[in-house]
Write a protein of this length. Structure first.
Lengths: 603, 358
C-alpha cells in the first residue's frame, strides 16, 4: 500500500494579484515536493525566494484568502497541494491538522495574557479547561518558560522580551499538537542557547507525537542538525531537495543561490578536507575531517591570524591601552515603570575606533542599555559620559543624535519619507545642515551604502537588506562618531548579512566606533574586537571573543554558546593545549592550508 | 479570573507572579490586589455609570447641589484610590486634569452669567469693531518677527507680543489713528455673581468626580475581564473576538508608535527648538512607518488566526475569563440603585436638606 504523504505539492505556481492591470511575476514556479509523515523537512533560500509564500500555500491561506474569482484563479494559482492525502482547501487552515508559527511573534500574540494566548487555539477546539491547563503548562515547559507559569494570567505580551514572546508563540502551537507544524524562521529572535533549546524541543515532540515538521530556516547548523531533508528555494523554484549530507555537498548551487552554509561546511569547501567524501556537518565529523590541524607545527607554534578579527583586535587593543574612551558608564541602573530592575549597576567602557559586541540572553538588558547610551531612556542611577559629556544633562541628551547614532532592529520603524534621498536628508534638516552640504552628504552616503541608483525610489519598494542599509545610511549621514546597531542580521539571508557587515567594517576603517547588539556568535568572532556580555542586568563578561569562546566556564556563566569553529578548536585544544583558539572559518582555513601537504581524508 | 482576590488555594497560573505588584490594564497598569478589581466588572461599570449620573444631577444648572457634588466626589476619590493606580500615573493624570478643570471653572464663571449679587464686572467689548493704526500694533509686529528670527517659533512670539502689548497699553496710551467704527454683535461684559461662582465650583467638583470615575474604570479593567463579562451577557462570539483583537491591535500600534517616535528622536527631531508647524509635520511623518507596519501586521494577524484554527461562528468556551457574581457585587448593585435614585428620583437636593436642617 502506498504511504500517504504528510504534504504533497504538485507543480505549484502562484503569483500575487496586483493593484494595476500589469500582471505580477510568479512568486512560486513549478514547485513540487513530497513531505513524508513524521519527517522534519527544511526549506532554505535567500530573502524573497518565496519561502513564506510557499508556507501560506501549504496552510491553505493562499489562494483562498486572496479573494480571486473563479475566472481569475487560473491566472494566479496552478497546481495541487494535498495534506495527509486530502486536497488543501479554504477549510484546511482551520482543520487543526496543520499549524504555522510565523517569524514575528508580535503578530501572532493574539490575546493579552500568556495564559489566554496559550489556551486560545485549544479553546477554539472546545477542549475541557482541565486539559487546556495541562497542555498549556506542558507546552510552556517544553519551550523553557516554566517559570512564567505562576501568574501566567497576569503576564501581558509587553511584559515579555522578544525571545520570550517567540517561545510563547511556539508553545501555543505545540499545545495544539497538530499533525503537521510549519515553522517560518521561528528562532530568528532567540539567543543561541534558546534557539537550540526550542528546536530540540520541536525535534523531541516530532519523535514523541510523530509530528511532521516543515522548518523554514536560514541557520545551516539548525537545518543540518534537525532536518531529514532540506529544500533549496531560489527565485520561486525548488533547486535542490536532498539530505543534509548531500545538500551541503552542492557548493556551486548553494553559492549561486546565496544560501548560507555552516562554518564546518565552509572550512571544508575552502580546504577540500572532507568527512566520508562530503563536508562534515557535526562537531564529531569535524574533529575527524580537520584532525590534521594538530599535526601542523606552524599553527601550533604561531597562530595564523591573517586578516581575522583577532588581528584587528591586536591592533585595536594596542590602541585601546592608550586609546580614547568615548563612552564611560559607572554603575548605570534602570528600573521599569513597575519598579522591576532592568539594569542593576553596569560598568562599561567603549574606546574610539573599536567594534564591540554587546551580548547576552534575551531580556538581559542589552537594548535598554543601548537606549540609555543613545539618550532615548534616562538612567535611574549611576553615571554615563559620552565623548566627555554627562548624559544626566537634558541638553546633552537632546543633542546626542549628532554624536551617537542608533540603528533599530526593524528598518520599517525608522523610514519616514517617500524617497531614499529624502530619508537621508530628514536627519540633516533636523540638524539645520545647509542645503548645499546636505546635497553633498546625501550623494556621499548613498554611494557608501551602494544605494545611489535608488535615490529617487520609495523605500517601501526596496528589499529588506536595502532598507536595512538605508536605515544605517540615514543615521550615518548625521555624522555620528559612535554607531549603535541593534540586531543588524536578524532574519536576513547570508548575502544581506555579508553586505551589512562589510558596510560596518568599512565605517570602522573610517574611524567610527561601532557597538553591535547581536545573538550571532559567528559574526562576533569574525568582526568584533571586544565583547561585553550582560546577564540579568549585570555585566557577566568583558574581554575578547577569544577569551570568551575558549572558556567553557565563562560561556556557562554568560549563558552564551560559542560558534562551531571555536567549539571545535576547544575540543582539539583539550588534547593539544598549544593549539591557539581558532574562532573563525578564515583562521581554520589558514591553519589547515598552511600545512606542508594538505591531505583529504576520506573515511 | 485574573482580578479575584488572590488565595493560596488558587492554581499557580491565577496567582500573582512573585515580586510583581502591578498588572497591565486597559490604560497603564493597576495593582494586582486593587480593591476595585475584586468587584465584578459589570457591577463596577454599573456603579460608575450610576455615580456619574448622580454627579450629573448634582451639577444641573437649574438645581445645583454643592453638598451632593462634594459627597459624590469623595466617593469617586475613594474609587480612584481603590483602582490600584500607581502614584506616578495618578500624578500625571492630576497634572493633565488640572488645566482642564481650571478652564472649565473660568468658562462657567466668565461666560455664563447667572443672576445674583454682582461681585465683579468688566466690560470687554463695546459692541463695535474699530479699524485704525496704533503705535502698539507696530510694536506687536516687531516682537513677533524678532522672536521668530531668534527662536523660529511663531505661536510663542504671538503670545509674548500680545502679553507685552496688553501690559504696556494698560500703563501708557499710545498714539492711535481711527479710520472707522463698525457696529458688530453686542457689547460684552464679564460679570461674576455669587450664584455664578457657586455654580462654577459645583460644576468643577462634579466634573472632577466624573473624571476620577472614568479613570478608575479604565485603570482597574483588563481586556480579559471585559471579554468574560461579555461572554456572561451572551454576546455573539464574533463581537467578543473582534473586541479582543481590537485591544491587541491597539496595544501593538502603541508599541509601534513608541519605537517609531524613538527612531525620530535619534534622527535629531528634538535637537533644536521647533515651530508648531514642524511638530505637526513630525507627527505626520510618523504615519508613513505606522501605516506600513499596520498593513503588514494586519495581514500576519489574519494568517495567525487562521493557523490557530479560528473561524467566525465557532463556539469558544470560557477559560478563566468570567468572574462569578458574589455578595460584594450584590452590595455594589444595591448602592448603584441608591445612586440611581439620587440621579433620577424626585427629591430635594442634599444642599437643600442641609439648609432645612440648619
Amino acid at each position: 500500500m502506498e504511504k500517504i504523504a504528510a504534504l504533497a505539492v504538485d507543480n505549484l505556481w502562484w503569483r500575487y494579484p496586483t493593484f494595476s492591470d500589469e500582471v505580477g511575476a510568479w512568486t512560486l514556479r513549478d514547485v513540487s515536493l513530497n513531505i513524508e509523515q513524521g519527517e522534519c523537512f527544511g526549506i532554505t533560500g535567500p530573502s524573497g525566494a518565496g519561502k513564506t509564500t510557499l508556507c501560506r500555500s501549504l496552510l491553505g491561506i493562499l489562494p483562498y484568502t486572496a479573494r480571486l474569482t473563479a475566472a481569475q484563479l487560473p491566472h494566479h494559482f496552478r497546481g495541487a497541494i494535498t495534506l495527509l492525502g486530502q486536497p488543501v482547501t479554504h477549510k484546511t487552515a482551520t482543520s487543526h491538522q496543520i499549524g504555522m508559527v510565523l517569524q514575528d511573534p508580535e503578530n501572532q500574540f493574539l490575546r493579552m495574557s500568556v495564559l489566554h494566548e496559550l489556551a486560545f487555539g485549544l479553546q477554539i477546539q472546545g477542549l475541557p479547561n482541565a486539559e487546556i491547563v495541562q497542555r498549556a503548562h506542558e507546552a510552556l515547559t517544553w519551550v523553557g518558560l516554566d517559570h512564567l507559569w505562576p501568574g501566567a494570567a497576569y503576564l501581558h505580551p509587553s511584559d515579555l522580551s522578544g525571545g520570550q514572546k517567540q517561545r510563547v508563540a511556539i508553545a501555543a502551537f505545540l499545545a495544539l499538537r497538530p499533525q503537521v507544524l510549519i515553522l517560518d524562521e521561528p528562532t530568528s529572535d532567540l539567543d543561541p542557547v534558546g534557539k537550540r533549546e526550542v528546536i530540540e524541543t520541536i525535534a523531541r515532540l516530532r519523535r514523541d507525537y510523530r509530528m511532521t515538521v516543515v522548518l523554514v530556516e536560514q541557520d545551516p547548523e539548525i537545518l543540518a542538525a534537525f532536518c531529514d531533508r532540506i529544500a533549496l528555494l531560489h527565485e520561486g523554484r525548488i533547486k535542490l531537495v536532498a539530505s543534509p549530507r548531500e545538500f551541503y555537498a552542492q557548493r556551486p548551487l548553494l553559492e549561486q543561490a546565496g544560501a548560507a552554509a555552516s562554518e564546518l561546511v565552509r572550512i571544508s569547501w575552502e580546504t577540500e578536507q572532507v568527512y566520508q567524501g562530503r563536508p562534515p556537518l557535526t562537531l564529531a565529523e569535524g574533529e575527524i575531517a580537520f584532525a590534521s590541524v594538530r599535526m601542523n607545527d606552524r599553527v601550533v607554534s604561531s597562530p595564523p591570524f591573517k586578516g581575522s578579527a583577532s588581528e584587528n583586535f591586536k591592533a585595536s587593543s594596542l590602541r585601546n591601552n592608550a586609546g580614547e574612551l568615548v563612552v564611560q558608564a559607572e554603575q548605570v541602573m534602570y528600573h521599569y515603570e513597575d519598579g522591576s530592575p532592568a539594569l542593576k549597576g553596569i560598568d562599561f567602557q567603549l574606546y574610539r575606533g573599536e567594534m564591540l559586541a554587546l551580548l547576552g540572553p534575551n531580556g538581559s538588558g542589552k537594548t535598554t542599555f543601548a537606549k540609555i547610551l543613545t539618550g532615548l531612556f534616562r538612567a535611574s542611577g549611576g553615571q554615563m559620559q559620552i565623548l566627555g559629556q554627562d548624559l544626566a544633562q537634558r541638553k546633552v541628551r537632546r543633542r546626542l543624535a549628532s554624536s551617537v547614532g542608533y540603528v533599530f532592529q526593524n528598518p520599517d520603524h525608522q523610514l519616514f519619507c517617500r524617497s531614499v534621498a529624502d530619508e537621508i536628508e530628514y536627519g540633516l534638516k533636523n540638524l539645520d545642515v545647509p542645503a548645499v552640504q546636505r546635497r553633498e552628504t546625501i550623494k556621499n552616503v548613498l554611494e557608501a551604502v551602494g544605494l545611489s541608483k535608488q535615490a529617487s525610489e520609495d523605500p517601501v519598494f526596496l528589499s529588506k537588506g536595502e532598507r536595512q542599509r538605508l536605515a544605517v545610511a540615514a543615521i550615518l549621514a548625521m555624522g555620528p562618531e559612535i554607531l549603535v546597531v541593534d540586531e543588524p542580521t536578524t532574519g536576513q539571508d547570508y548575502r544581506s548579512i555579508s553586505n551589512i557587515m562589510s558596510l560596518l567594517c568599512e565605517l570602522q576603517r573610517r574611524g567610527k566606533t561601532i557597538l553591535i547588539i547581536t545573538h550571532d556568535m559567528t559574526l562576533v568572532a569574525e568582526y568584533c574586537q571586544r565583547v561585553v556580555s550582560f546577564r540579568n542586568g549585570l555585566v557577566a563578561f568583558n574581554g575578547t571573543p577569544a577569551e570568551l569562546f575558549s572558556d567553557a566556564d565563562l560561556l556557562a556563566q554568560t549563558g552564551l554558546r560559542a560558534p562551531v569553529c571555536a567549539t571545535l578548536a576547544n575540543q582539539f585544544r583539550a588534547l593539544q593545549p598549544s593549539l591557539p583558539p581558532l574562532l573563525t572559518v578564515s583562521q581554520w582555513v589558514d591553519a589547515l592550508v598552511c600545512q606542508p601537504q594538505p591531505q583529504t581524508r576520506i573515511l | 479570573m485574573a482580578s479575584r482576590k488572590i488565595r493560596a488555594s488558587e492554581p499557580l497560573f491565577l496567582q500573582a507572579p512573585v515580586g510583581r505588584r502591578y498588572v497591565r490594564s486597559f490604560v497603564f497598569a493597576r495593582r494586582i490586589d486593587a480593591p476595585l478589581a475584586q468587584v465584578h466588572p459589570l457591577a463596577r461599570a454599573l456603579f460608575i455609570f450610576c455615580l456619574s449620573a448622580a454627579q450629573l444631577r448634582s451639577i444641573a444648572t437649574a438645581q445645583s447641589d454643592l453638598l451632593g457634588a462634594v459627597l459624590f466626589w469623595l466617593l469617586a476619590l475613594a474609587l480612584f484610590l481603590g483602582s490600584g493606580i500607581s502614584a506616578r500615573i495618578a500624578r500625571l493624570y492630576f497634572l493633565l486634569t488640572l488645566p482642564t478643570l481650571f478652564s472649565l471653572f473660568m468658562t462657567w464663571t466668565v461666560l455664563n452669567t447667572v443672576p445674583g449679587v454682582v461681585l465683579f464686572r468688566l466690560p470687554v467689548y463695546a459692541g463695535q469693531l474699530t479699524f485704525g493704526l496704533s503705535l502698539w500694533l507696530g510694536l506687536w509686529l516687531l516682537i513677533v518677527v524678532g522672536y521668530f528670527l531668534w527662536k523660529r517659533q511663531v505661536l510663542a512670539g504671538v503670545l509674548l507680543a500680545s502679553l507685552l502689548t496688553l501690559v504696556l497699553t494698560h500703563f501708557w496710551s499710545s498714539p492711535a489713528w481711527i479710520f472707522a467704527r463698525v457696529p458688530f454683535f453686542h457689547a460684552l461684559t464679564i460679570t461674576l455673581t455669587d450664584r455664578g461662582l457657586w455654580l462654577a465650583i459645583t460644576k468643577v467638583i462634579g466634573y472632577a468626580g466624573m473624571v476620577l470615575c472614568t479613570i478608575s474604570l479604565m485603570i482597574s479593567g483588563r481586556d480579559a475581564e471585559l471579554i468574560g463579562a461579555l461572554r456572561q451577557l451572551h454576546f455573539p462570539q464574533p463581537v467578543i473576538f473582534f473586541l479582543s483583537t481590537v485591544f491587541r491591535a491597539f496595544n501593538l500600534a502603541l508599541a509601534d508608535y513608541e519605537t517609531i517616535r524613538q527612531a525620530q528622536l535619534v534622527r535629531a527631531i528634538n535637537a533644536r527648538p521647533r515651530s508648531f508647524v514642524r511638530h505637526l509635520r513630525d507627527l505626520a511623518a510618523i504615519a508613513v512607518p505606522m501605516v506600513a507596519m499596520m498593513i503588514r501586521r494586519s495581514s500576519e494577524i489574519g494568517d495567525a488566526l487562521l493557523a490557530r484554527g479560528f473561524q467566525l461562528g465557532q463556539p469558544n468556551n470560557d477559560f478563566y475569563e468570567t468572574m462569578p457574581w458574589r455578595g460584594i457585587d450584590w452590595a455594589v448593585l444595591a448602592v448603584s440603585i441608591l445612586l440611581l435614585f439620587f440621579a433620577l428620583g424626585t427629591h430635594p437636593t442634599l444642599t437643600t436638606l442641609l439648609q432645612r436642617i440648619v
